[in-house]
Design a protein around this ligand. Structure first.
Ligand code: HEC
Length: 451
């Protein structure tokens, strides 16, 4: 029983107004519940662990948050960005409504409250001498380092969607003398402000390519030779359409040390090389004109308990190869949808295998992508496993599950992508080019050791 329900209507309205009047008029007299937060004592410990990997001098983000003056000047924007969930960037929905992700890098309710009270209060500085010491950058122990060749990225003004970007692929010989497993990685951009993402693929140079009479090595040599004055080759999408490749791992800004979960590792054979794809973004950044060489550190182990295998599928893209022509998206629509569905067997998982765990997910679309939804149906049960409500092509990465979805032999996966095609004059076709679109689901699954 509550008092207000027994009051006459007009009195109820009054009762609702009282707390507001109190907080407006009598705030100063209110007993202090929590002390006013200060930057150095309360806010800096949060930004040091969750923001300054990017928001520091020379970092990926356009301003620093390890400095009182800079943070205070943007207090309102900081509060908006964190309360709205835009910062720190975390593309998939992680409020528990669709998948349970490892999202420790995002803010807790308590941290959101501190930032809100500081940003909307006195924005006090506090005592810098009591500030938390800078935490040393984490490093992957026992890794082998590979450097991409030094290159100054250039945009292609002829290509409207690459006017500020360059996607470059580099062949790297890991020099393996035996079959191994990658169990951890750390990518360190040379110039952080321009390296937007890195994907590492496995290619077997001595195998036949998709071009008659040519090996994969022939294909890569030709691509590399096409720009003799610059290392590597241009590669939107995968490393090359002319050869088979297997994605091994993906890095996006904000990831520091990544260790494969659950006793898993990505298998590489002694015959394999890597293709390291770097997406450079040189729009409006202090790093424009700078020469980058990115370090990829990989940790190998001889044995693991389970294989970590990337499964990528895009049934929109593969309509390109169907006899009755590719599907397309209608132009001029705010949210043109495309849905595809595949059974576990169609995802090339052996039907004889027991239920397998999904370790992580990486949705992929191009510039027109808006939303991305992934559902798994197993028997009678349907569950949502990954959703992106506001796609941003710059923040792609692998999102790891805290509670891993299972795919059993009866399971099927359904993906729905929506696209904004309002700027398109003709139907939008699937494809690897930035003018084309993709509705591409990548999942990392744990498979038993014996194939
Ligand atoms: C992974 C790198 C990264 C992390 C971590 C990160 N930011 Fe950002 N932030 C950026 C980049 C890059 C931009 C500029 C481009 C953009 O807005 O997408 C940005 C923009 C912003 C902006 C400008 C307004 C806006 O919403 O775009 C604010 C405010 C901001 N960040 C606050 C924060 C705070 C506070 C944190 C920590 C709680 C944080 N950021 C963590 C990279 C990051």
């Amino acid at each position: 029983m509550t008092r207000t329900t027994t009051l006459p209507l007009h009195a109820r309205g009054l009762a609702a107004l009282v707390p507001l009047a109190f907080s407006l008029g009598c705030a100063a007299e209110e007993p202090e519940t929590a002390p006013e937060p200060t930057f150095w004592q309360d806010v800096a410990p949060i930004t040091a662990s969750k923001c300054t990997a990017c928001h520091q001098e020379g970092g990926l983000a356009p301003f620093r948050l390890d400095d009182y003056i800079s943070a205070k000047a943007r207090a309102g924007a900081i509060d908006d960005a964190v309360q709205g969930g835009h910062m720190p960037p975390f593309l998939v929905t992680h409020d528990g409504s669709c998948g349970d992700f490892e999202d420790e890098e995002t803010l807790t309710a308590g941290e959101l409250d501190i930032i809100h009270r500081w940003a909307t209060g006195a924005r006090a500085e506090g005592d810098p001498t009591g500030a938390p010491p800078a935490t040393p950058a984490p490093t992957l122990e026992g890794g082998v380092d590979y450097m991409t060749p030094p290159i100054t990225p250039v945009a292609d003004p002829e290509n409207p969607l690459a006017a500020h970007d360059e996607w470059r692929c580099f062949q790297v010989d890991p020099g393996l003398d035996a079959d191994r497993f990658i169990t951890g990685y750390q990518v360190t951009p040379g110039v952080r402000s321009i390296v937007h993402h890195v994907t590492i693929y496995r290619v077997t140079p001595s195998d036949a390519s998709l071009v008659e009479g040519k090996t994969n090595q022939d294909v890569m040599t030709e691509l590399d030779d096409a720009s003799p004055d610059r290392p590597g080759w241009e590669c939107f999408g995968g490393p090359a359409e002319e050869m088979p490749f297997q994605p091994l791992l993906a890095w996006a800004p904000g990831q520091v040390v990544v260790e494969f979960p659950g006793g898993t590792g990505a298998p590489v054979s002694a015959k394999d090389h890597f293709v390291v794809q770097v997406h450079y973004n040189i729009h409006d950044h202090a790093g424009a004109g700078a020469e980058d060489s990115t370090r990829v550190r990989l940790r190998y182990e001889d044995t693991v308990e389970r294989r970590a295998v990337f499964l990528g599928d895009d049934a929109f893209l593969t309509t390109l190869f169907e006899p009755d022509g590719p599907d397309s998206l209608p132009p001029g629509q705010k949210d043109a949808g495309y849905t595809w569905r595949k059974t576990r067997a169609e995802l090339a998982i052996d039907p004889a295998l027991p239920p397998i765990e999904v370790l992580g997910v990486m949705p992929h679309m191009h510039e027109r992508g808006r939303t991305f939804d992934t559902r798994v149906t197993s028997g009678e049960q349907e569950s949502c496993i990954a959703r992106v409500e506001d796609w941003d092509v710059h923040w792609q990465g692998m999102y790891w599950y805290r509670t891993r979805p299972l795919l059993d032999p009866s399971s099927s996966i359904e993906v729905t992508c929506t696209f904004d095609t309002r700027d398109a004059e003709a139907p939008v076709l699937p494809g690897w080019g930035t003018q084309n679109e993709m509705c591409n689901l990548n999942i990392l699954v744990a498979l038993p050791m014996t194939p």
